[in-house]
Design a protein around this ligand. Structure first.
Ligand SMILES: O=C(O)[C@@H](CO)OP(=O)(O)O
Ligand SMILES: [Mn+2]
Ligand SMILES: [Mn+2]
Length: 559
């Protein structure tokens, strides 16, 4: 259906007025968990969020932010920003990349599609390169999907395969990289036994090599390019297991930030640079941290760094990462087609929108929120503001990040009365939580809470409404737990720090002087999730949500 044929006009809400300024605050990585010393949100001073919680059950509740509630394959899948913001903005639950790739691999259709046929052309003469995140985190990629892809490529004629790995330690425990590399080596050995020349060719930690996002630091992508394409890196090893083990021995080294390395043969020559005639597949299904590499691989005119040598290759993404840019043009699995998002409806219904975060989360409240679409729907109605993030640091060093600056922008936007919706993402709980630094994460949570306070104060001044929520858990649990919920110790008796997101539910709070009397959370959507928030926000703007949206969380009691 073309955009012009869609009935964009929303029905008036029978009870709720229009014209109130609505602040939509997404705390990134802020779940609800039992209070103990590994719950940084509990330990931190968070008076603003604490006071919202007092509104339970009518004005504060929990919603689901992981697993099937956000379109992930299983209930064991933790939430993440992509699926969380997609659900928040779209108001419906879409089968997400992880699931779509599972289905395509299970049915074998992935090997029959246009994308695979395109890269297959190179199998006779060239090498197939696979680049992506090596873990079973399920946020950007999954090891079992890579394994099936490798197997299928071998069965479909690939003669020479090189894998360029990015170690994780962010969606999985730090230190787990060694086990993942060993598992991959085992698969490559099986391929070699079948006559396929298959090896790991290069590697590096995801946060230092390749997987930057939203153009925060092109140097990250360049380091990857040098290793993957040019076969050049400061560290050279003959085995990837040895590489990861050795590089982890450096004090403070961790999987997320391992330096780039290349695998060399006995004569010291890189075993797998990317050259003319080769095929490349980036096997992450999630877009944000692959778009920059996709641009470097695909764009003829590219000036973000000196690529030195630009091989003539056939390139496909696991998914198409940006539907608007049509990037990459070839892909193995079609992405979810998220359409008619709440942002697009609201703009069509006269809602003037302001969205803001700092670089590392900017695309979350814009691109992901709008169904993986960059840019405004209508620039005359919307303003998107990006505050530059610090680059080249881990955020435990500056746990306040740009929370204050984001809150000030939101405050000014609210007080200007030029906008009906002011939407922000506050990154601290998540970005600092991922460092595994508990002290810093406590500081981060306070900074996010201070920002919430500033935004709520502004809403108070203009008689507006607020909706405060989160996209998934992170900072509320910083330790790996056993089945009974106790911290799990490693073989040396140390607790294992959890750098990843969690399976916890997240809060949603509503309030503000503009909230009509009698508005409260319904009791009949007990298993509500992030996708229910879009209809809720539409109601608070005075509209009914489209009938196929997940139901609103609010009702208006007659009193
Ligand atoms: O940093 C990221 O890429 C993910 C974790 O892999 O976090 P988020 O989903 O919060 O962006
Ligand atoms: Mn997030
Ligand atoms: Mn995160």
């Amino acid at each position: 259906m073309g955009s012009s044929e869609i009935a964009w006009k929303l029905a008036d809400h029978p009870k709720l007025p229009k014209g109130k300024t609505v602040a939509v605050v997404v705390l990134d990585g802020w779940g609800e968990a039992n209070p103990d010393k590994y719950n940084c949100i509990h330990v931190a001073e968070t008076p603003a969020m604490d006071s919202l919680k007092k509104g339970a059950p009518d004005r504060w509740r929990l919603v689901r932010a992981h697993g099937k509630a956000v379109g992930l394959p299983t209930e064991d899948d933790m939430g993440n920003s992509e699926v969380g913001h997609n659900a928040l903005g779209a108001g419906r639950i879409y089968a997400q990349g992880a699931k779509l790739v599972d289905l395509a691999l299970a049915s074998g259709k992935i090997f029959e599609g246009e994308g695979f046929n395109y890269i297959k052309e190179c199998f006779d003469q060239g090498t197939l390169h696979l680049i992506g995140l090596l873990s079973d985190g399920g946020v950007h990629s999954r090891l079992d999907q890579l394994q099936l892809l490798l197997k299928g490529a071998g069965e479909n004629g690939a003669k020479r395969i090189r894998v360029h790995i990015l170690t994780d330690g962010r969606d999985v425990l730090d230190g787990s990289s060694v086990g993942f590399v060993e598992a991959l080596e085992n698969d490559l050995l099986m391929l070699r036994e079948k006559g396929v020349d298959a090896q790991i060719a290069s590697g590096g930690g995801r946060m230092y090599v390749t997987m930057d996002r939203y153009e925060n630091d092109w140097g990250v992508v360049k380091r990857g390019w040098d290793a993957q394409v040019l076969g050049e890196a400061p560290h050279k090893f003959q085995s990837a297991v040895e590489a990861v083990k050795k590089l982890r021995e450096v004090p403070k080294a961790n999987d997320q930030y391992l330096p780039p390395f290349v695998i060399v043969d006995k004569s010291g020559k890189a075993v797998g640079p990317i050259v003319d005639g080769d095929a490349v597949v980036t096997f992450n299904f999630r877009a944000d941290r692959m778009v920059m590499l996709a641009k470097a691989l695909e764009y003829e005119d590219f000036d973000k760094f000196d690529r030195v040598r630009v091989p003539k290759i056939r390139y496909a993404g696991m998914l198409q990462y940006d539907g608007e840019l049509k990037l990459p043009s070839q892909y193995l699995v079609s992405p979810p087609e998220i359409e008619r998002t709440s942002g697009e409806y609201l703009v069509h219904n006269g809602i003037r929108t302001f969205a803001c975060s700092e670089t590392v989360k900017f695309g979350h409240v814009t691109f992901f929120w709008n169904g993986n679409r960059s840019g405004c729907f209508d620039p005359t109605m919307e303003e998107y503001v990006e505050i530059p993030s610090d680059s080249g640091i881990t955020f435990n060093v500056k746990p306040n990040m740009k929370a204050l600056e984001i809150a000030e922008k939101a405050r000014d936007a609210i007080l200007s009365r030029k906008f009906d919706q002011v939407r922000v993402n506050l990154p601290n709980g998540d970005m600092v939580g991922h460092t595994g630094d508990i002290e810093a994460t406590i500081v981060a949570c306070k900074a996010a809470d201070d920002a919430v306070k500033m935004i709520l104060d502004a809403i108070e001044q203009v008689g507006g409404i607020y909706v405060v929520t989160a996209d998934h858990g992170n900072a509320e649990d910083m330790v790996k737990r056993n089945k009974s919920g106790q911290p799990q110790l490693d073989k040396n008796g140390n607790i294992q720090i959890l750098t990843s997101h969690t399976l916890q539910p997240v809060p949603v709070a509503i309030g503000g002087p503009g909230l009509a009397p009698g508005v409260r959370f319904r009791k009949d959507v007990p298993s509500g999730g992030l996708a229910n928030i879009a209809a809720t926000v539409m109601n608070l703007h005075g509209f009914e949500a489209p009938s196929d949206y997940e139901p609103t969380l609010v009702e208006v009691a007659d009193n």
